[in-house]
Write a protein that binds this ligand. Structure first.
Ligand SMILES: Nc1ncnc2c1ncn2[C@@H]1O[C@H](COP(=O)(O)OP(=O)(O)OP(=O)(O)O)[C@@H](O)[C@H]1O
Ligand SMILES: [Mg+2]
Length: 296
C-alpha cells in the first residue's frame, strides 16, 4: 500500500481549528476511501477472523443461560456491535472471548482454531480490550503505552497516540511521553482514560479490538466524534463494540441486539430502524434523552 494517506496527522491538525469541521469530515471521507496507511503501519497482520457459532453459557448449571445460540463473525475490516440492556449478556460475551470463562455450548474459532483448546495466553493475544478500566502504573506515559509490547518503538507509540487522539493530552504534560504518570493518572477524565486504553491497544497490535462500553463517561457529542474519526482508521482490525449506548452505530457492518442472552434482532442501523423493533425503541428513547440533556 502506498503511503498516500495523511490520516491521523492531518486529522489532528484539522481538529486544532474550531472552524475546520467540514474539512475534517472531508479528511475522514478520504481516509475511509483510501484505507489508512497509518493503521497498516501499526498492524502488519494478515486478515483475521473469528467464527462464533451456537455459543451458549450459564454461570451456574441451575441458572438460566446468560448467553444462548449466539452466531457472530468477526473479521479484519469488519465492525460489529453487540447492544442490549443491562443484564442482556454483553459482558459475558467478552468474558468468553477472553477465556475468563469457558463456554459450554457451541464453538468459537479463531483462524479456524477452537478457542477452548487454546491456552488463555494464546487466546487473549488475539484481542486488545479498550475500556475505561485501564490499569495505569507509576511509570512514564511511554512505558504505560508499551504494556504488553515492551519493545514497541517510539514511532509506533506516537502513531497510536495520534490515532487515539491522545496527543493533545500528552503534549500538555511537562515531559511529554517521559512524564511519570503518578498523580496525573488519577486526574484523567473518563474519555482520556479511554483514549489511553485505545492507544495501548493499538500499540499491542492484536488483530481484534474489543470496545467495552466505549461511550460511558463521554458526552454524546464527543462520543460521536470519537467514533466517527476512529472507525475509518480501524480498517486493518476486526472490531467488536459492546455497548448499551446506540449513538454512532450507523457505520457498523452488523449490530446484534441481545435480550436475555439471545439475539432478538440483527442487521445494520438502517435495517433495524426500519424494522421498528427493540433496537428502534431503544434508539428513540436514547434520542429523547439526549435532546432532554441538550435542552436542560
Ligand atoms: N459472575 C456472575 N455470576 C452469575 N451471574 C452473572 C455473573 N455475571 C453476570 N451474571 C448474569 O448474567 C447475565 C448477563 O450479564 P452481563 O454482565 O453479561 O450483562 P451486560 O449485558 O453486560 O449488562 P450491563 O449493561 O449491565 O453491563 C445477567 O443476568 C447477570 O446477572
Ligand atoms: Mg456489562
Amino acid at each position: 500500500m502506498r503511503a498516500v494517506v495523511p490520516s491521523a496527522a492531518a486529522l489532528s491538525e484539522a481538529e486544532a481549528s474550531p472552524t475546520a469541521t467540514a474539512a475534517l469530515a472531508q479528511q475522514v471521507d478520504s481516509v475511509a476511501a483510501a484505507r489508512p496507511a497509518s493503521v497498516a503501519r501499526l498492524s502488519s497482520l494478515p486478515a483475521w477472523r473469528a467464527d462464533i457459532r451456537g455459543l451458549g453459557f450459564r454461570y451456574d448449571a441451575d441458572e438460566a443461560y446468560a448467553l444462548r445460540d449466539i452466531d457472530l463473525t468477526l473479521a479484519t475490516g469488519r465492525q460489529v456491535a453487540v447492544v442490549g440492556e443491562s443484564g442482556a449478556g454483553k459482558s459475558t460475551l467478552i468474558r468468553l472471548l477472553l477465556k475468563l470463562r469457558d463456554y459450554e455450548e457451541g464453538s468459537v474459532t479463531l483462524q479456524g482454531r477452537e478457542l477452548a483448546m487454546m491456552t488463555a495466553e494464546a487466546g487473549r493475544s488475539q484481542f486488545a480490550v479498550v475500556s475505561q478500566q485501564v490499569q495505569l502504573f507509576n511509570a512514564t506515559v511511554a512505558d504505560n503505552l508499551r504494556l504488553g509490547r515492551p519493545d514497541a518503538p517510539m514511532e509506533v507509540l506516537r502513531e497510536a497516540a495520534r490515532i487515539a487522539m491522545l496527543e493533545p493530552v500528552i503534549d500538555k504534560l511537562p515531559q511529554g511521553y517521559d512524564t511519570i504518570i503518578g498523580e496525573w493518572g488519577a486526574r484523567l477524565s473518563g474519555g482520556e482514560r479511554q483514549r489511553l486504553a485505545l492507544a495501548r491497544a493499538l500499540v499491542l497490535d492484536a488483530p481484534a479490538l474489543l470496545f467495552d462500553e466505549p461511550g460511558t463517561g463521554l458526552d454524546p457529542l464527543t462520543e460521536l466524534a470519537f467514533g466517527e474519526k476512529l472507525r475509518p482508521l480501524l480498517a486493518g482490525k476486526a472490531a467488536l463494540w459492546v455497548t448499551h449506548r446506540l449513538a454512532g452505530l450507523e457505520t457498523m457492518d452488523e449490530i446484534l441486539v441481545l435480550q436475555d442472552g439471545r439475539v432478538c434482532e440483527r442487521g445494520t442501523h438502517a435495517e433495524l430502524i426500519r424494522t421498528r423493533g427493540a433496537y428502534y425503541r431503544m434508539w428513540r428513547l436514547q434520542q429523547q434523552e439526549a435532546w432532554a440533556r441538550v435542552l436542560a
